[in-house]
Design a binder for this molecule. Sequence first.
Ligand code: PAF
Length: 292
Amino acid sequence: MKVISEISPLRDQILYWRRQGQRIAFVPTMGHIHYGHLTLVKKARENADVVVVSIFVNPIQFEKDDDFSAYPRTLNKDIAQLKVEGVEVVFTPSTDIMYPQGVDEHSFVDVPTFSHILEGTSRPNHFKGVTTIVIKLFNIVQPDTAIFSKKDFQQLAVIDKMVTDLSLPIDIISVPTAREIDGLAMSSRNTHLTVDERQRAPVLVKVLRWISYQIRGGRTDYSELILDGNNQLHEAGLKPNELFIRDAITLQPISNQTSKAVILASSFLGQVRLIDNLTVDLTVQVVDDREE
Ligand code: PAF
């Protein structure tokens, strides 16, 4: 496995593979590799001859209040894990390599219809930062396919739309959220949870499952469900930040055209912002009384 931190040698490597007719899969990450990332790498392997993973903590997708410097950085351990997975190249650029003129004057790519709603209203720069770094990485790696987790549901929708709107010749593949045994969505940020917070954290997915169950049982009073969900989170000691029930394709409020809904949630637990989501097929109703 090669670890490359500059653009030009990576481009040389990509060109070499291209000339050999190899199919390239790409997994962009911010590092602190966990099992969830490895599921993306496995999916990449199934869909290509060679796998490139990037590790770059992208400053421009962090809001002022987010603690960019506290984001967990474990490069050597990450590299060791990716080597075991048989990844061909890990791209580990510095901020100077990605933003040589600094971040303030940098051009950006924005997907306003999907980036400025939901999570984008409280984090106005976040998705613009994500799309800008993702398109830069796509331009450097020029993959045939790129793999993302469904855990960041809105991020995935934004990237899908960017790829379609800008006619990028890249297949976007999504992989289900990897979960701990108690249901908590795996995330690099979970390392910052205290022991007590870690025990309480799965309540987020429990509330999502409860709402999903209610919807599948036929409830359509979405505002009431959101109120109840937020109350349950409060009672469990979380600070609910966002809870939305939307059309999973358009991200707009549910209409009678909606066949699949998505419940999107973010909540603070201490200093950690947990996010999660569940989709609900509205064409199938619950017929028994067991809660999932
Ligand atoms: O999902 C992430 O880890 C990041 O948002 C991404 C896609 C690697 C861009 O920095």
